[in-house]
Write a protein that binds this ligand. Structure first.
Ligand SMILES: *[C@@H]1O[C@H](CO)[C@@H](O)[C@H](O)[C@H]1NC(C)=O
Ligand SMILES: *[C@@H]1O[C@H](CO)[C@@H](O)[C@H](O)[C@H]1NC(C)=O
Ligand SMILES: *[C@@H]1O[C@H](CO)[C@@H](O)[C@H](O)[C@H]1NC(C)=O
Ligand SMILES: *[C@@H]1O[C@H](CO)[C@@H](O)[C@H](O)[C@H]1NC(C)=O
Length: 324
């Protein structure tokens, strides 16, 4: 058995060389041809079964699906650009240093490469509100947590409140002043990082607001490069500056400190937490309510219903509400 495998392998490896040589007069090619034919009848495909797109559940209707496909394409464009920006500048660009401090570039490069080109076979998006969380006011979607660690529910609110890439830097959206979840790309990065398959229990919430992320870059770059919000902010900032409004971007200014997540109350199993967002310079106020019905591993995210600065709040396993 072992001999035959080795000999077949050796014959396969040698076959092209044998075939390339001039044949001695009168010698048949039968042996080499048979070996090649036998080997190619069961070709080894290293990436067999690979899936390069997210799966959309049958509960999503045609228009939900159309928008999700565009949103997935936006996610790929933003993350592949983040990857390319790092490939060009390593850890030296101003934008890199803003969010990742003096970290080495390989880890964020890896996250963005996986977003842009990684296998997505495990990840499912659904539209059926299977856990009933979309009924909570302001919820635009949620990770299913312990109910299905690689599944995400997109609630109806998402379809009327998210910005596509060609709207980034328009509609009052700025990197520092708006919730990054206002963009489909930022929102989906967040949701995907929560899944076990993608986040690998490493991507997390170590800082949430823009200001907290700038601080994390300076004080703890090791965790900045695996911090969900920092990874979202870098990608959106690089996209805004390099692609959307070239050489200018739309950094903006952070909202007033009233949006500080640490001011949010810790929820009990039946608590309702109301978070008021900061008022922007254009005097648009957006209030978002994050209602939690159970102190589980629920991660539900609010969405703003107008295109303006807003906080995004969600409850974590520890029962704490995070707003960003
Ligand atoms: C698909 O469902 C959404 C609600 O999720 C609804 O607003 C929309 O009209 C539906 N599209 C079609 C084509 O029925
Ligand atoms: C780039 O990363 C290296 C290795 O971590 C670090 O020593 C260096 O200071 C970083 N460079 C910048 C500009 O942050
Ligand atoms: C960096 O952040 C992580 C996660 O919050 C924490 O465990 C670690 O102690 C921090 N390291 C430093 C040097 O502050
Ligand atoms: C999991 O399912 C239960 C029962 O349907 C539900 O109450 C809970 O909110 C779900 N968890 C998440 C994270 O959606």
């Amino acid at each position: 058995m072992q001999y035959s495998i080795i000999s077949a392998l050796a014959a396969t490896l040698l076959a092209p060389t044998v075939l390339a040589l001039p044949l001695p007069a009168g010698e048949s090619t039968a042996t080499s041809t048979e070996v090649v034919a036998a080997a190619s009848s069961t070709p080894f495909v290293w990436n067999k079964g690979g899936v390069d797109t997210f799966t959309i559940h049958q509960s999503c209707n045609a228009t939900n699906r159309n928008q999700l496909l565009r949103a997935f394409s936006d996610l790929e464009d933003v993350t592949s650009h983040a990857r390319d920006h790092i490939l060009r500048y390593g850890n030296t660009s101003e934008i890199f240093i803003r969010y990742f401090g003096q970290a080495a570039s390989a880890e964020p490069l890896g996250w963005y490469s996986r977003f842009a080109s990684g296998d997505k076979g495990n990840l499912l998006f659904r539209c059926d509100d299977i856990d009933g969380n979309c009924k909570n006011p302001g919820w635009a979607g949620h990770w299913r947590g312990a109910n299905a660690t690689d599944e995400t529910v997109i609630c109806d609110l998402s379809y009327s409140s998210r910005l596509y890439n060609d709207q980034i830097c328009g509609h009052g959206y700025t990197i520092a002043g708006s919730a990054n979840s206002l963009t489909w790309a930022g929102d989906l990065m967040h949701r995907v990082m929560h899944t076990d398959s993608f986040g690998e229990f490493v991507a997390g919430h170590y800082a949430d607001t823009y200001v907290e992320c700038l601080e994390l870059a300076k004080t703890n770059a090791t965790f900045a490069v695996r911090n969900s919000a920092s990874l979202r902010l870098f990608a959106l900032d690089a996209y805004a500056y390099d692609i959307a409004v070239p050489g200018i971007g739309c950094l903006g200014t952070p909202p007033a400190e009233t949006a500080d997540s640490h001011a949010a109350a810790t929820t009990s199993s039946t608590a309702t937490t109301q978070n008021a967002a900061a008022t922007t310079s254009t005097a648009i106020t957006t209030a978002n309510a994050a209602t939690t019905t159970a102190a589980t591993t629920t991660v539900g995210d609010t969405a703003t219903t107008t295109i303006a600065t807003g906080t995004e709040c969600h409850t974590h396993a520890d029962g704490e509400v995070h707003c960003a």
